[in-house]
Design a binder for this molecule. Structure first.
Ligand code: 6CS
Ligand code: FE
Length: 298
């Protein structure tokens, strides 16, 4: 859908390749005085596009959270579109867990979580997307390299790069069980992608993303320039990463499953418009259009 009122700084899903575009938005929108992160950590996030914060959830919450994930998985209806399954039938993701579970809503509001999002994004934030992810041992499959913002801009109409993801590990992330890889510093450049968005792309892209991924020549250059880091750590560790950071994961052929809570915060000043490069909007459970600013609990 075309729109004349919102400037598109980040053209993508094109019919021919164009050069990478330097990011026009800041990465850190708040200051050291606005939240728990000191200037040194804000600078690191600005430079590398991600942060690892241990102990995002208290240790004694972890068994309850794992149990809650099992409960949600068992309770959701078979036909609920918020449940994404692997071809084998096993559950890969469940969207909107914070609306399905009081406990997960409490995680969103923890003082290790919401104040960090508010500081990084410089003010009031709301949940753009939330999901729980399950990667089974032996058969778990990953996601090819992508920038989340590329999808949210093209398919959801997110105007600026003013969103941040918080992935909280509920299981141990080893280097060998399909844990996330990132290209540090790649968030400072927008990599336009070739290929139009098919109608109802989300019905396949949440299991395997083929559209909105940079080509191999581009990925090779970016990896040569920035290198690749991997997110490892014990349960309870949070990975915060900028919406435009290139990331991906391999398969998990080890016996050790992975699961996480994945929360995407967006600034209330960056509410969704019409998709910039897709034939229709995606459903609310993938891309919230109801902007409900999150209030820190007293
Ligand atoms: O579609 C989404 O919103 C998210 N999922 C995938 C597979 N890629 C883009 C983004 O991370
Ligand atoms: Fe992603």
């Amino acid at each position: 859908m075309t729109q004349t009122h919102v400037v598109d700084h980040y053209p993508t899903r094109l019919d021919h390749a164009i050069a990478p575009i330097p990011r026009v938005d800041p990465t850190v929108w708040g200051t050291a005085g606005d939240g728990p992160l000191p200037q040194r950590v804000l600078d690191e996030f600005s430079d590398r596009g991600y942060l690892i914060r241990p102990d995002a959830v208290p240790d004694d919450w972890l068994p309850r959270l794992r149990h809650e994930l099992d409960r949600i998985g068992a309770d959701v209806d078979d036909g609920d579109p918020r449940v994404i399954r692997e071809p084998s039938g096993s559950i890969r993701s469940i969207f909107e867990p914070h609306l399905l579970s009081e406990l997960i809503d409490q995680v969103v509001h923890l003082d290790t979580v919401l104040p960090v999002a508010r500081q990084l994004l410089g003010g009031d934030v709301y949940i753009h997307q939330a999901r729980i992810n399950f990667m089974p041992g032996f058969t778990g499959t990953g996601f090819y390299w992508h920038s989340d913002f590329e999808t949210w801009h093209a398919e959801d109409g997110m105007p600026a790069i003013r969103a941040v993801s918080c992935s909280i590990a509920l299981t141990e992330n080893y280097p060998y069980n399909g844990s996330l890889m990132v290209m540090p510093g790649s968030h400072r450049t927008f990599y336009p992608c070739v290929g139009a968005t098919p109608v109802n792309n989300h019905t396949t892209s949440l299991v395997r993303q083929d559209i909105g991924v940079p080509d191999q020549t581009t990925l090779t250059k970016v990896a040569d320039q920035h290198g690749i880091d991997q997110f490892t750590g014990p349960p309870g560790t949070a990975l915060w990463f900028d919406a435009n950071l290139l990331h991906g994961s391999g398969s998990n052929i080890t016996p050790f499953p992975r699961s996480n809570i994945f929360l995407v915060f967006n600034s209330v000043d960056n509410a969704l418009t019409e998709p910039f490069a897709a034939p229709q909007r995606r459903p609310e459970y993938l891309a919230a259009r109801t902007v409900r600013p999150l209030r820190p609990v007293a």
